[in-house]
Design a protein around this ligand. Sequence first.
Ligand code: SAM
Ligand code: SF4
Ligand code: F3S
Length: 471
Amino acid sequence: MPGIALDTKHDESRQGEAFAPKKAVTNPFTKKFYIESYGCAMNFADSEVIASILQKENFEITTQFEEADMIFINTCSIREKAETTVRKRLTEFRQMKKHNPGLLVGVLGCMAERLKSKFLEEEKLVDIVVGPDAYRSLPSLIEEAESGQKGVNVLLSREETYGDISPIRLNSNGVTAFVSIMRGCNNMCSFCVVPFTRGRERSRDAESVVRECTDLFEQGFREVTLLGQNVDSYQWVKNSDNLIISFANLLEKVAQISPLLRVRFSTSHPKDITDEVLFTMKKYDNICKYIHLPVQSGSSKILQMMNRTYTREWYISKVNRIREILPGCGLSTDSISGFCGETEEDHKETLSLFEYCEYDLAYMYFYSERPGTLAERRFKDDVPLEVKKRRLQEIVALHRIHSLKSMERDLDKTFKVLIEGNSRKSDEHWAGRTDHNKVVVFPKTGDLNKGDYVDVLIEECTAGTLIGRVK
Ligand code: SAM
Ligand code: SF4
Ligand code: F3S
């Protein structure tokens, strides 16, 4: 069990989703590609960019890997388990290649970047290896691979944002969409592989972000989630008038597209989140009052070793500020148990911080040492696996109490819910989310559709779902 997440929306351990095209165009002469994605929302958003690049070259997407001429896996390296899962999947695709020698198999994303050409040597039957900043070269690498060469491009860029590419919305509910606003990360959290797999941080042209969100709204989408590893450090300079656009400015511009467009964002960094962002959230009803603020550990000693550049006290002051400016704001977090040198005392500090914050949602993991990171070079991974797992379980158990409490607080209250589609369990029920990002399920009544807002009275709840009826 690598980590436990009690929700799927921002879960970077999402595994192996194949994308379904909205409209299937079939032409027997066109080459078909299949893409399976792992990892965080940014990786899933990247797969939509990749699909757009390939469709422009007249390749056709398929959801059936059995009928594909090319299979791509967009991979994640965040924890060892993520890589093991991909390797297993590759073994299956390799088997297929034995029966279909013309089939091309490509590894994309963070694992491609981390392992580079080693991938071609180790995993003999991979034909294409492409890192996160090199997707534009995919069509030419496919050509190279078709002519029997190995297609590799793992160059990282300081500029690439794919800002001009309109992602193809795949596997989409037609209501909610991810929009990348930046790439890479300049922080050097000692446990984290992302700065190595995704390179330096760069912000996307604000005008292209607003354009993409406006297009989505015009197509009927009603919620956008602005994505970056550290959205608070977003900064884009408009050269024509030397204007600096901060994250708060961008948030405001997107919120102004329409009051009917909900705006979310992820991830905020405790060291960088500003009052300006909080006041912008307060100013606009359509900016969802929900913040994902990963803490990682409640111990200042561990936070320092993690190079998070804040202390426990700083984090608490940020949570207090959020609650002061935005009373009732939803709050979620990420935590890592059993980082190098973590004592029972440090672990207790994480538990007491969870107690203080009472998160609505948490993604909880145990530490997985990643090759090449600062922690791997500097510290000993000295907490035994069973201790890491036991500490993780203690955090999970405590968080369960808080998340249930948070759901129970909503009983007998009415919330504006954005309908995202049928509930997973029955097409007689709608499923949607509240402003605070809680899933709500309720029986279908009257003339409602996906993408509508509706007031729902909450009558029951489980740890993950609110159950109600239209008011
Ligand atoms: N940029 C975000 C931030 O600063 O919090 C999150 C990035 S990472 C994709 C998502 C989460 O994975 C992290 O917040 C952390 O809890 C977890 N994570 C990252 N590296 C890890 C590791 N080596 N072992 C276990 N969990 C890890
Ligand atoms: Fe990794 Fe830290 Fe960057 Fe988040 S902020 S992606 S944890 S280095
Ligand atoms: Fe995301 Fe995994 Fe890469 S979490 S940034 S896909 S290492």
